[in-house]
Design a protein around this ligand. Sequence first.
Ligand code: 3AL
Length: 173
Amino acid sequence: MDIEKVNSMDFGEFVDVFGNVIERCPLIAAAVWSQRPFSDLEDLKKHFFAFIDALPQSGQEGILRCHPDLAGSELRRGTLTAESQREQSGAGLTTLDADERLRLAELNAQYRARFDFPFVLAARFSDRAAVSRELARRLLCRSAQELRTALGEVKKIGSLRLADLLRADPAKL
Ligand SMILES: NC(=O)N[C@H]1NC(=O)NC1=O
């Protein structure tokens, strides 16, 4: 898909196509559509991220809360979005043994109790061992720093999803 195609989309089509660039936050795509035309893919990505950066802290935490836990109950129930399902299975989170699942569930619960939002990590840059390690490490971080880290991960996930949609090299996005 090239940028002319993106710029030619009406509101409904744009939100259908880009509505899950940020997990379960189609409002962001709805807002970004108003900023068209986009000069290139980089420009499109900047608009998504600028929206996130301009939100008050409550809105940024709200975005994090739209993310399903990694290896959590939604994965077990099969209610993940298609994108999240792909990302979590690519990181090996669909084939954890019982001990690994329990450990992740405990760490996810501790993280949520400490920060009041779920642990978010771009699973496609990770694997099952690294997810637990990173969760345990980030549990010890300060809240303000952790919010910044988590939003950085949201942006990595969004960049990869945009790259998929536009079949672009993520390094150039
Ligand atoms: N909790 C969390 O990080 N979830 C996300 N990460 C990812 O790569 N896909 C998701 O849904």
